[in-house]
Write a protein that binds this ligand. Structure first.
Ligand code: AMP
Length: 415
């Protein structure tokens, strides 16, 4: 017996109703906000992520599935979507299109994480990117879109956090303040944070260790060290979000785990969960396109974790509409009747009616039981007598009422 790789869930038929629901809602919200779908490869040149995601991030340092292909090229299974979209934006000359270019994707994402509930080594993200516009108006629209999407799914217990982490002009000053604050607490830091203090001081604010959380609580806040432009950008964003009636909270220690963010960052979290409570997040990345070799081009986007969204839909007992399934079953008795059944099934499907035929020669009772198990509403029964008369028995599976109808009239009747 083989099993799926550790931390890689199978998505079984009984769960597809949720995936279908989320996928349809995603496509719908994208249509409302003018985002077009883009499908990109599952793997990329490793440099896209080392450069794009950033080589000091946990993703690049610890979590990537990187391997050499048979041609000796280093490739990496996509550990996030944004650098791939930016790579495609540049490769396909999208800077020549009217800006901002608005794209969305639904893609598997691979991270060599420690598997647990809500944390997998392959998960799926619904992501949106708006590239080519720096105005806070767009930040507000992007956050509005992510928030409305989550609400449109029927999730009630969610919270929105925003923050500004400044720009290359004002961030060094803040990082200096943060570093000196942490140097005063170095003996109380967890081993990981001691390394972070040397390598990437902003990441210290991400630490979930209780001891480090206490130190975070009194750390200098980025919003107090923003330059005038970043201050104005953040003020505008908050003004727009209030105008749009979006309930948000400023979380001064929200930094998110990626190097490329500038100014706005945001996260949508589940109100109930403690661990794995981030359902999705995003932010502005005004330097990323340039890092990947393009002209300075601003951008903003988000990625929402579909697996975790579905866990929360279940937890909140959200009613999800079923995927339409065949509503007609054809039962037949004897070889001539089976031939009629096969022809009738083909005729019904051509009319757009979904059909399940009994495929092996079982008793009528067993065939009706099969129809019941499939929750089918109408069963057509054909036996020798019906074949001779050119008729069939039509049975309503809920009331058990039966009537005899002409075979030739069935497609029209059932339609
Ligand atoms: P990130 O790119 O880390 O901001 O991830 C965006 C969203 O994807 C998160 O908020 C989660 O909902 C989801 N996500 C990230 N990593 C995982 C994982 N290992 N397993 C399941 N979902 C994940």
């Amino acid at each position: 017996m083989y099993s799926a790789p550790r931390g890689v869930p199978d998505i079984l038929p009984e769960d597809q109703v949720y995936w279908h629901y989320v996928g349809q809602k995603a496509a719908h919200i994208c249509q409302l906000y003018g985002y077009e779908r883009i499908d990109l490869p599952v793997f990329e040149d490793t440099r896209v992520f080392v450069k794009g995601t950033g080589d000091t991030t946990d993703i690049v340092q610890k979590e990537m599935y990187t391997f050499e292909d048979r041609g000796g090229n280093s490739v990496t299974l996509k550990p996030e979507g944004t650098p791939s979209v930016c790579r495609a934006y540049l490769e396909h000359g999208m800077q020549n299109l009217p800006q901002p270019v608005k794209l969305f994707y639904i893609s598997p994402i691979f991270r060599y994480d420690r598997p647990q509930a809500g944390r997998y080594r392959q998960h799926y993200q619904f992501g949106c990117e708006a590239i080519g516009e720096a105005d806070a108006f767009l930040d507000a629209e992007v956050i509005d879109m992510a928030w409305r999407f989550m609400k449109s799914l029927g999730l009630r217990k969610i919270l929105l956090y925003i923050n500004s982490i400044g720009c290359p002009q004002c961030r060094p000053d803040y990082l200096g303040k943060l570093r000196s604050y942490y140097k005063g607490h170095v003996n109380d830091l967890c081993p990981d944070c001691k390394i972070r203090l040397e390598k990437n001081v902003l990441r210290l604010l991400d630490c979930k260790q209780p001891g480090c959380q206490k130190i975070v609580a009194a750390a200098p806040r980025n919003v107090d060290y923003l330059c005038p432009d970043c201050t104005e950008h953040f003020a505008k964003l908050k003004e727009y979000l209030k105008m749009l009636d979006i309930p948000f909270e400023v979380n001064s220690y929200l930094v998110r785990g990626l190097d490329y963010y500038t100014r706005t960052v945001f996260e949508i979290q589940s109100e109930e969960e403690k661990a794995q409570n981030a359902l999705g997040g995003g932010g502005r990345y005004d330097g990323l396109i340039e890092t990947l070799g393009g002209k300075p081009t601003p951008g903003i986007g988000f990625a929402l974790g579909i697996d975790r969204i579905i866990l929360n839909l279940k937890k909140e007992a959200v009613d999800v509409p079923p995927i339409p399934a065949p509503q007609v079953f054809i039962a037949s008795l004897g070889e001539p009747a089976r031939n009629e059944a096969m022809k009738l099934a083909a005729a019904l499907r051509q009319k757009g009616i979904g059909v399940i035929s009994a495929t092996s020669a079982k008793s009528l009772k067993a065939q009706l039981r099969q129809a019941n198990n499939l929750k089918i509403s109408k069963t057509v029964i054909i036996g020798d007598d019906e074949v001779k008369a050119g008729t069939a028995v039509l049975r309503d599976m809920f009331t058990s009422q039966q009537s005899t109808v002409k075979l030739s009239e069935l497609p029209k009747l059932l339609k």
